[in-house]
Design a protein around this ligand. Sequence first.
Ligand SMILES: Nc1ncnc2c1ncn2[C@@H]1O[C@H](COP(=O)(O)OP(=O)(O)O)[C@@H](O)[C@H]1O
Ligand SMILES: [Mg+2]
Length: 611
Amino acid sequence: MAVSASAPHLTHLIKRPDYDLQDAIQSNRLRGLWRLMTGYRRHYFGAIAAQAVAVGAKTTALLLLSRFVDDILFRDDMLTIVPFVALGFLLLALTEGGGSFTSNRLAAQTSEGVTLRLRNYLYDHLQRQNFTYHDTHPTGDQVQRVTSDVRAIGAFFTEQGVWMGRIVLLFVVNVAAIATIHAPLALVSSLVVPLVVMVSLFFFRRVNKRYEEMQTQEAIVSTRLQENLTGVRVVKAFARQNHEMERFDQENYKHFLKGRRLLIMHSLFWPTTDLLTGFHQILVLYLGARLALNGEITAGQFIAFAGMVVYVIHPMRNLGRLIVQASAAMVSYDRVMEIIRSPREPLGEAETPPVPAIRGSVEFDHVSYEYEHGLPVLTDVSFEVKPGEVIALMGATGSGKTTVINLLMRFYEHSKGRILIDGVDLQDYPRDFLRRSIGVVEQEPFLFSRTIKENILYGVDRPVTDDEVYEAARAAAIHHVIESFPNGYSTMVGERGVTLSGGQKQRVAIARTLLKNPRILVLDDATSSVDSETEAAIRDAIRQLLPGRTGFIVAHRVQTVMSADKIIVFEKGRIVQTGTHDELIAQDGFYQRIFDMQSRIEEELERELNA
Ligand SMILES: Nc1ncnc2c1ncn2[C@@H]1O[C@H](COP(=O)(O)OP(=O)(O)O)[C@@H](O)[C@H]1O
Ligand SMILES: [Mg+2]
């Protein structure tokens, strides 16, 4: 039975607009947020328009009330008119409700749409960053940006759109309506606006800063949490819970202080604006009452005015809330854009590779590399491998073996010298092609929380039969282990399923790489955490699989590397010895020392077993 290598696609669910979010990188943050809204502006303005309908209906109801009091109340034919007035109020209430509902709905569509697209983009963008990016950006912090900051931007589009529209519309419509009653009164009623705006702007600056501080601190807390959860075994093994708790508490307490400072700003803002709007309301109502008493406006007009002035003044109180939210959205916009600004690692998926298929010769020509400036990790490394040859890399931990592999995969870009595959410079190979052609079993393989079978099938882009999967697992000496699980190949790995030992993980990873059928096979310390018996089994399997492929084997056991065509010994990033097993044991050096030591240990073991 043929099975598909990848999970079913949900592309039909994911709205993929032809909008590239790179376009949303703007130095002006408001313009940037505006760009983020691309494709959803119709919804956004629809929300505001629906809000206008709702506000219009509300104010019309007040005007109707004023007419009712002045013209209809106490008239002889009042009772015949009342049903029509009641119907009018009902229709206006329905219109208001409908407008409000539509507005909220459209606003939600805007913000959810923007959020969906932004998150998908960030996810994709993050997984397309190079390793240097991931080395320098803490995971928890990135998670924080993709979740919390995106949420803040989303909230901005819902609330901001609806509320801003509502405040402005309520203000304009009601001031205009008051103006039809009494123009100077309308002017006095709008006095509150510049005052509230001034107070809000005063707070805006401060809130903005506080919020940014708090968000940054929250990222630190997330990072710490994430690290501790990932490293929970180490924490437990060293009984460092109390120490870690203290460290966490410190950061969390800082977050508390920053959150409190932000809240204090809020709690100062509200009473200030409340006082302001409260006094203002008393003032205009007093003025209105005077006008009514003097007979300059009617009783009905005063009632309507009293209602309208509430709609002018009260929404203004929300201006502060909006400004706070806008400032949060701007801070979050910056934090999210920091990710989007960082360029993707070009994978060159669309490029045609310089050769149709790799044959497998590899040459390092005076290659040097440093991860961090001034700290050379590889110095002047040169070696050559012919197609089909097996080459072993040896050397102490930290001597640069993994770095050689990292450069070969273009995980990191070498700065000096040349690396050639089949005589073509590595830079001319699209990364995507390169990584498909080279199979690596990493030093610390990672398995996904999926079934074992899905893990083995990972990254295989051709239809594969179950038998092929079993065969790869057998070759990696893991088939019988998987079969022993109650659910066999359907057993879940990780948090939701079985916990595999380090050696078992490595063997699943080997099966996964073997199934890829790569021309160049790299085993980076892949057998370091299995017992020597299993290692022997894997060694046999690999020996069968290696013919026809170029193999890089990083290992510490002489037994594993001795049959290689060439053994290279690294010391502090330099090649210190090169040769076959026989050549190297004849030389004074690292290899001979390791060989002697391991032979001695084995002899001793044997003696003990035979004793
Ligand atoms: N991503 C990295 N950033 C900075 N330094 C690194 C990174 N990876 C490895 N190094 C450093 O490079 C040196 C060689 O590491 P590595 O190639 O992993 O050695 P090996 O695989 O031989 O144990 C070490 O000193 C290590 O600390
Ligand atoms: Mg290594």
